[in-house]
Design a protein around this ligand. Sequence first.
Ligand code: SAH
Ligand code: SF4
Length: 366
Amino acid sequence: MKTNPATNLLGLDAQGMEKLFARLGEKPFRARQVLKWIHRRGAADFSAMSDIAKELRAKLTAVAVIEPPVVVGDGTAADGTRKWLLKVDGANAVEAVFIPEDGRGTLCVSSQAGCTLDCAFCSTGKQGFNRNLSAAEIIGQLWLANRALGIHAGGARAISNVVFMGMGEPMLNLDAVIPAARLMIDDNGYGLSRRRVTVSTSGVVPGMDRLAGECPVALAVSLHAADDALRDRLVPINRKYPIRQLLAACIRYLERAPRDFITFEYVMLDGVNDSDAQAKALLGIASQVRCKFNLIPFNPFPDSGFKRSSPERIRRFAEVLQRAGLTVTTRKTRGEGIDAACGQLAGEVTDRTRRSRTVAITELRA
Ligand code: SAH
Ligand code: SF4
């Protein structure tokens, strides 16, 4: 009989797995073997684990499960971008998106069902917040995507990079994000280099410091404005951690980071933050922190109240930064037709903070 509740092994990093195995009277190397079965080979049940003794498999069956989120939607856009809608409980579903590009494949994962931070231009923020995802629910997105996408001829996995740029603010859920990120970089897990796992934050300063100490992976910071007055409006967490504090945290992060720059994300909002003067103001910020800029054309959603800057405006804005010697990339808009672009991810979240917007899981369509 199973003890209640059974431990979901999917969410245990190497340390967590070794602790569990110690409790079961098993050696640490057994824990690593099981880790490999689950994450490297995508095993979903214990019977497949052929090099694990029968008695241990029986022990594990009694106390543990391997339980990913349930796929309730799976769509592919014309450009190959694929989006899964994943049910994590009776009331919430989150989204994960795979973006294939030449020479690499990026999986964008969610860290929370909804988000508390309510950035003015973000559809996840607009739908409110219900709860943090568990480590199993976060790594489960990669586990499922890996199984769905398979392995390329030649043995390489389809997913070479992971970005925490789906629903939610990862720095407000580090208890789960850190074990998930550790599994991503663990050789017995997904074996990704720290540089290929990127956490994106709207600027939660204490979280940035904690991540630097416990699992420094690449960092992206959602800047979106060059001055506090505008950033206060667009990214409300700025009222708590204004730009000066944010930049100081970026500089501290760089001491531990696997890359020698921070990526500043900057959503291009027509007539709001896209003038030449605003680009020039960013140079003052760039002179303080080693950084690159990633311009994101705004992705519209119903009643957002914002418009995307024109391609010409984005080009000119980028030029101002480039002329000053900065590296600037402009994000291609991907996943059109399946609402899979940045900021369009909404999933289905039963919002405990705004009950009027509650959506029942029964309305989910596969
Ligand atoms: N909460 C984290 C990570 C998730 S959002 C953060 O805010 O950084 C990932 C990126 O998408 C962020 O840079 C975010 O500002 C941006 N984004 C949100 N809504 C958007 C929209 N409608 N169009 C384009 N980018 C958007
Ligand atoms: Fe949350 Fe990021 Fe959206 Fe802001 S942009 S509401 S922090 S998910």
